[in-house]
Design a protein around this ligand. Structure first.
Ligand code: ZN
Ligand code: ZN
Length: 113
């Protein structure tokens, strides 16, 4: 499709493709479209209703799955994950190499110093 279709043409084209054309994304037969917008989108993208729903609905759903680790950092010294709110800057023990020390290592290193 190179030419821009008007609404009626888009609807007619989409209706004609139902049951005959395949979705470019999932390869399934085109089934029904829920509204004119979806029909127009099909004319542009060639995607079935299901794939359109997948692409356009809730775009930020998959972004936050490691939220539980949001405040976790690795200790520069022992490598353990710990809460960054307990972090002590490791610079004074590693010649400003950056990173954070966990409370245990900070305590140990403070004692050694
Ligand atoms: Zn599809
Ligand atoms: Zn540590």
């Amino acid at each position: 499709m190179t030419r821009r279709l008007d609404d009626i043409e888009a609807a007619a084209y989409a209706a004609e493709m139902v049951g005959t054309a395949h979705c470019v994304a999932c390869g399934q037969y085109i089934t029904e479209f829920k509204d004119l917008l979806s029909m127009r989108e099909f004319c542009i993208s060639g995607m079935c209703q299901k794939c359109q729903d997948k692409v356009f609905d809730s775009p930020e759903d998959d972004e936050e799955d490691d939220e539980s680790d949001e405040h976790s950092v690795n200790c520069y010294f022992c490598g353990d994950l710990f809460d960054e709110r307990d972090a002590v800057p490791a610079d004074k023990w590693n010649n400003n190499d950056g990173g954070e020390a966990c409370p245990e290592c900070a305590k140990r290193l403070n004692k050694d110093a």
